[in-house]
Design a protein around this ligand. Sequence first.
Ligand code: DHB
Ligand code: FE
Length: 284
Amino acid sequence: MAHIVGGITTSHVPAIGRAIARELQQDPYWKPFFDGFAPVHTWLEQARPDVVVVFYNDHGLNFFLDKMPTFAVGAAPSYVNADEGWGIPQVPAFPGEQHLSWHLINQLIDAEFDLTTCQEMLVDHAFTLPMALLWPDQNWPVKVVPVCFNTVQFPLPSAKRCWALGEAIGQAVRTWQTDDGREPRVLFLGTGGLSHQLDGERAGFINKAFDLQFMNSLIEDPKWATQFSVHQLVEKTGTQGVELLMWLATRAALGEQVRRIHQNYHIPISNTASGLMVMEPVQG
Ligand code: DHB
Ligand code: FE
């Protein structure tokens, strides 16, 4: 059976790609952000995941507004970056863990989640940049399964539904058996948030008090955010702050109880309050 080593949640701002390309990690603007990842690298060395299930949202790259699945699971042999450009070097392709993809798809459809399955799938900054933050040499030591949430075009899935999906994915991963009897080590990576709004009258909106309460709730009272409707979450966190739905699904996948291994919070990165957490499941 597979073993869940933990969950990492992080923001995913495109400007991070430019900062990596220009090696600005020690620049005063970027240092508080990149420094947050040093303890993550140490933790990854002992966690040694083989597979990463990535909860993220596509921003109009693979799915445009004409075709927008609520939840989509990748089942491709590999995933290529296709992002906004800016002349930033492309990261190497991500090898897919197709056996787990199909296990998840079968289990989730069985559990009455109506998914879109993608045997071809391009991934954008919400996928590639968190991976590059975890493994800065970009020599990916893991295989991946992308799980894409619609947080872009209304109507969006509720916090309650995203929790339920994350929980079902956690259960499905725990029952995953490989043909060769290995016990693969699985990491969940949830990207997006925290509070930010890129458009309209409230562009630049940030809500530090809510973000900190939300991060704490993932440890103390993990379903806390499911009390809010999507519109309430937009009100509290901004139109793009609602990307915290992927954090919620990550937490749900980890099971009953978790311990907080690491946390960082820094304002701003571009227009975003950037957050980072590492959580480990507490067995028993
Ligand atoms: C920004 C943040 C995002 O989450 C995103 O997808 C694009 C841009 C920003 O703050 O610039
Ligand atoms: Fe985003």
